[in-house]
Design a protein. Structure first.
Ligand SMILES: [Zn+2]
Length: 323
């Protein structure tokens, strides 16, 4: 095995750890379940377990591991390792890097998971030739990562790219952030599903009615099946979300003059053929011609692995190591 890093995706319900390098890709992976109510110390234990297990599992020499890169959903300062806020993990002002470094010898790096995904797409997939790129992920929420002059743009206090909380309609539904009418409260899969549930409850006929009755969660795959089967309620709501997504991306392109927008996330992966043309149509309607002159809209196939790949770029940026 070539020199590698361990790249970790830390979610509320599981920790995924992979050994990865740019030559061989992902060579080993281990998943450990976590409890969303875990304390900082419990997360640290889970992370240390993942690091040890993924090394054991691969059977590779641990001396080949030059860094551990951790992706977290929240605002993270990668220089200090402090997580200012990670609502899904229940963590606030927690120096995860310092705490984990006490248990693991190799250098630890930490970054926002969407930034890592943007870096992965930029450096190892469709974004290779992009200079100014926006990566957007539509799923449970809507996340964004910004690449400016080929580098990740983190903002003044590490919250740049929070596209999901751009205001779309001040009279819209309340968002997870507590404000009203945010982009993700209107156009994410969660929002679309809520709208469909309301439609069904108000008497509209839909093949998804059985899920509403049983209370089973409508995930992207189920939503996609309903759209592909021609379910009118589902089609209408997803199409509406595409209009909003296209409009917001056009506005941001007018503002930033990107050369590439990469769209990904669970909802897009499942509904690409239906959604992409509609997003592009709304985009073209709202974008200034000059702002989109050199723009390419692409989709990513990396899915959940994008952030894993992005760890390689983080190690290069902060430790000056190439793996
Ligand atoms: Zn919000």
């Amino acid at each position: 095995m070539a020199k590698s890093i361990i790249s970790i995706d830390m979610g509320g319900t599981k920790v995924l750890g992979c050994i990865v390098n740019s030559k061989e890709g992902i060579v080993s992976r281990v998943k450990v379940p976590t409890d969303q109510n875990s304390s900082g110390a419990e997360y640290i234990d889970a992370l240390a377990t993942v690091v040890n297990e993924v090394i054991d599992e691969s059977g590779h020499d641990e001396k080949k591991i030059v860094a551990v890169c951790l992706g977290v959903a929240g605002s993270v300062n990668p220089s200090t390792g402090v997580i200012a806020l990670a609502p899904n993990l229940g963590l606030k002002d927690f120096n995860m890097k310092e705490a984990l470094q006490k248990k693991i010898e190799v250098p630890i790096l930490i970054e926002n998971d969407v930034n890592l995904a943007a870096l992965g797409i930029k450096n190892f997939e469709v974004g290779k030739k992009a200079k100014n790129m926006l990566a957007v992920f539509v799923g449970t929420g809507i996340g964004g990562g910004l690449i400016i002059n080929k580098k990740i743009y983190r903002g003044s206090s590490f919250t740049a790219g929070e596209i999901g909380h751009v205001l779309v309609n001040k009279n819209g539904p309340v968002c997870g952030c507590g404000k009203r009418g945010c982009f993700e409260a209107i156009a994410s899969r969660t929002a679309v599903v809520d709208q469909i549930i309301n439609d069904i409850k108000s008497g509209k006929k839909s093949s998804l009615a059985s899920y509403v009755k049983s209370g089973e969660k409508i995930k992207s795959k189920i939503l996609s099946a309903a759209v592909n089967d021609g379910d009118k309620v589902a089609m209408k709501r997803v199409a509406k979300s595409c209009e909003v997504i296209g409009g917001v991306l056009a506005g941001l392109t007018n503002f930033m003059n990107f050369d590439m927008i990469v769209i990904g996330g669970g909802m897009i992966e499942q509904l690409k053929e239906f959604m992409l043309p509609k997003i592009e149509m709304a985009f073209n309607e709202h974008v200034l011609k000059a702002a989109a002159k050199d723009l390419e809209i692409a989709t990513s196939e990396l899915g959940g692995n994008a952030a894993i790949w992005g760890g390689i770029s983080l190690a290069e940026e902060f430790l000056d190591v190439k793996v």
